[in-house]
Write a protein that binds this ligand. Structure first.
Ligand code: G1P
Length: 294
C-alpha cells in the first residue's frame, strides 16, 4: 500500500516575467481568469482530488496570495451589513477552503529549489506539486488522475501532454515507453529519461511534462544532488532524472484540456473558454463574440 498523498505544494515565488507589466506589483498567481485568481483554480483542483493541506512557496511581493486565502473581516462586515449574502458566501468560501501553510523562497533559483523549500512542512511522505500557470479543465481533476496512478504503483507520476515540435523546447520532455493500464495503451508511460527545455531537434519525444506531479519524498535528496541546469536554475526535471536512477517514475497523458495561463495568448484563450462555460455570463458573452466583426 502506498502512503496517502495529503499535501500539495504550489511554487509561487516566480517573477512572472512573461506577464509584465501586469506582474510588476502583483503576483501572476493572482491574475483573474474571469473572476477567480489562477492559483484558486489549482487549489480547487487539489481539494477536488482529496488533498486538503496546501503549501505555498512564496517570495517577495506575493502577500496578496496570503491575503486571498485569509479571512477579510472588514469586507465580510460590510457585505453582511449590506445584506449581500451571495457575495459574503463567495468570500467566506475562499478562506474556509483549505488548511494552508506558507514558506518563503528568498531567491527565485528554479522550480527544483522552490520545491525543496517545502521539505520541512511536507516531511517524509509523498506529495503533489501544482504549477498554477497550468490551468486544466477536465471531468476528473488532473491531480486525481495522477493520484490514481500513484495509488496503484506507489511511485512518482508526472502529467504528460503531446506538444508540437515548434513548442517542445519550452518544456521538460520525457523519453518513455507505453504501459498497458486499465485497457488503455496510450495513456500511461514508464519514464526512461527526461530533459528540461531541449532543442526541438534533441527532444526525446513530443511528450511534455505539464505542471502536475506526484512525488515521493526521496525527490528532496535528488534536488539537493543536482547542479543548476537550463537557465542556470535548479530544475525539478533534473532532480526527477536523478531520482530515476533508483526509483521508477510514471508519466500519465491526462484526460482534459490544459491552458498555459502564464502566457498572454494562453491566458486569453482560457479566459474566453471559461467565460463561455459560465452559467451567469456564457450566453451574453457568446452573443457578444458572435457580433464582433472578425
Ligand atoms: C516548468 C517545468 C517544465 C514543465 C513546465 C510545464 O517550466 O520546469 O519541465 O514542462 O513547467 O508548464 P516553466 O514553464 O516554469 O519554464
Amino acid at each position: 500500500m502506498s502512503k496517502k498523498v495529503r499535501k500539495a505544494v504550489f511554487p509561487a515565488a516566480g517573477l512572472g516575467t512573461r506577464f509584465l507589466p501586469a506582474t510588476k506589483a502583483q503576483p501572476k498567481e493572482m491574475l483573474p481568469l474571469v473572476d477567480k485568481p489562477l492559483i484558486q483554480y489549482g487549489v480547487e483542483e487539489a481539494i477536488q482530488s482529496g488533498i486538503k493541506n496546501i503549501v505555498v512557496v512564496t517570495g517577495r511581493g506575493k502577500s496578496a496570495i496570503e491575503d486571498h486565502f485569509d479571512v477579510n473581516f472588514e469586507l465580510e462586515y460590510i457585505l453582511q451589513a449590506k445584506g449581500k449574502k451571495d457575495l459574503l458566501q463567495l468570500v467566506r468560501e475562499v478562506s474556509e477552503m483549505i488548511d494552508i501553510a506558507y514558506v518563503r523562497q528568498k531567491e527565485a533559483l528554479g522550480l527544483g529549489h522552490a520545491v525543496l523549500r517545502s521539505r520541512e512542512i511536507v516531511g517524509h511522505e509523498p506529495f503533489a506539486v501544482v504549477l498554477s500557470d497550468d490551468v486544466i479543465d477536465s471531468e476528473v481533476p488532473c491531480l486525481r488522475q495522477l493520484l490514481d496512478i500513484h495509488d496503484f504503483f506507489g511511485a512518482s507520476v508526472v502529467a504528460l501532454m503531446e506538444v508540437p515540435k515548434e513548442q517542445i523546447s519550452a518544456y521538460g520532455v520525457v523519453d518513455a515507453e507505453p504501459v498497458d493500464h486499465n485497457g488503455a495503451k496510450n495513456r500511461l508511460y514508464r519514464v526512461r529519461n527526461m530533459v528540461e527545455k531541449p532543442n526541438a531537434e534533441d527532444a526525446p519525444s513530443n511528450l511534455a511534462i505539464i505542471g502536475r506531479y506526484i512525488l515521493v519524498p526521496e525527490i528532496y535528496q535528488s534536488i539537493e544532488a543536482v547542479e543548476p541546469g537550463a537557465g542556470g536554475e535548479i530544475q525539478l526535471t533534473d532532480a526527477l532524472k536523478h531520482l530515476l536512477r533508483n526509483r521508477p517514475i510514471y508519466g500519465y497523458r491526462f484526460e482534459g484540456k490544459r491552458f498555459d495561463a502564464g502566457d498572454k495568448l494562453g491566458f486569453l484563450k482560457a479566459t474566453v473558454e471559461f467565460a463561455l462555460r459560465r452559467k451567469d455570463l456564457g450566453d451574453s458573452f457568446r452573443e457578444y463574440l458572435r457580433n464582433l466583426k472578425i
